[in-house]
Design a protein around this ligand. Structure first.
Ligand SMILES: [Zn+2]
Length: 267
């Protein structure tokens, strides 16, 4: 798989674009706080699918709690794989890269999270943000997280979520937060699909020659090596620049500040 940081940054880019594009009538963000929450949730959700094995780094985000959750998701995914397996799909002993790496999962979590936000408002928003920020930190600041351990990740995510609580508008207009989660999952799958391993994105619905869990991937010639030179030297930095640019653009008042600065230089 591509590195955690690449997943998280591509999630942030997708989240920042979608937050601007999603109409307010459809539950899109209407304030800066909501916009950044949407993007943060999307960044963290771009690591969510790997919470299907206790072996992944992201499973260590919240220590024993997330490891236990990952083990449960692993079992559930394996059960679902066996239930829906086609005649010629291989036997499996683990659920990693199955259920949570499908469009079905992305749609289900989108609907689930949006329903939670509609029912519980700001409490649900901040809860979702706390969990996804923990995952994002683990992905973005992998070395820092490894050095300081899961308690540091948990506390940092909690503080950031609490700050957002005070910053967030009382009236939650952005009910479509689930879209950020689903989009993040889809971005994760895209990232996995451009490496040589591939993902069963359309399973179990795309039945073909006795197989329901066929993996989608790029041809060897154009696929990239996970953690390789292209990812480190080109893709990673490029996505980071785009993410920072989009974030600055989204900040209220920044465009004016830039024009003013340019104006003062001219003068
Ligand atoms: Zn994955």
């Amino acid at each position: 798989m591509v590195m955690g940081a690449t997943h998280a940054v591509s999630g942030a880019v997708a989240g920042l674009v979608a937050a601007q594009a999603l109409p307010a009538d459809w539950g899109g963000p209407t304030s800066t706080a909501e916009l950044f929450t949407f993007a943060g949730v999307c960044a963290g959700s771009a690591l969510l699918p790997d919470l299907d094995t206790a072996q992944s780094t992201v499973a260590r985000s919240f220590g024993p709690v997330s490891t236990l959750v990952a083990r449960g998701v692993d079992e559930l995914s394996l059960w679902y794989y066996r239930l829906t397996r086609g005649r010629r799909d291989p036997r499996r002993n683990g659920g990693h890269r199955t259920l949570t790496h499908t469009a079905l999962f992305a749609i289900l979590v989108s609907v689930g999270v949006s329903a939670l936000v509609t029912a519980f408002g700001r409490t649900a928003v901040v809860g979702v943000l706390f969990v996804t920020l923990g995952l994002a930190l683990r992905g973005l600041a992998g070395d820092w997280a490894k050095r300081n351990g899961w308690p540091a990740v948990t506390v940092t995510a909690a503080v950031l979520a609490a700050l957002t609580w005070t910053w967030y508008p009382d009236e939650v207009g952005s009910r479509a937060l689930g879209v950020a989660v689903g989009l993040g999952c889809a971005v994760h799958c895209l990232g996995d699909a451009i490496t040589k391993e591939g993902v069963p994105f359309l399973a179990p619905f795309a039945a073909w020659r006795g197989r329901r869990w066929r993996e989608l991937r790029l041809p060897d010639l154009i696929s990239i090596r996970a953690g390789g030179a292209f990812e480190r030297a080109v893709l990673g930095p490029l996505l980071t620049i785009v993410a920072v640019g989009l974030a600055l653009w989204a900040l209220d008042g920044v465009p004016e500040a830039v024009t003013e600065a340019v104006g003062s230089v001219r003068r």
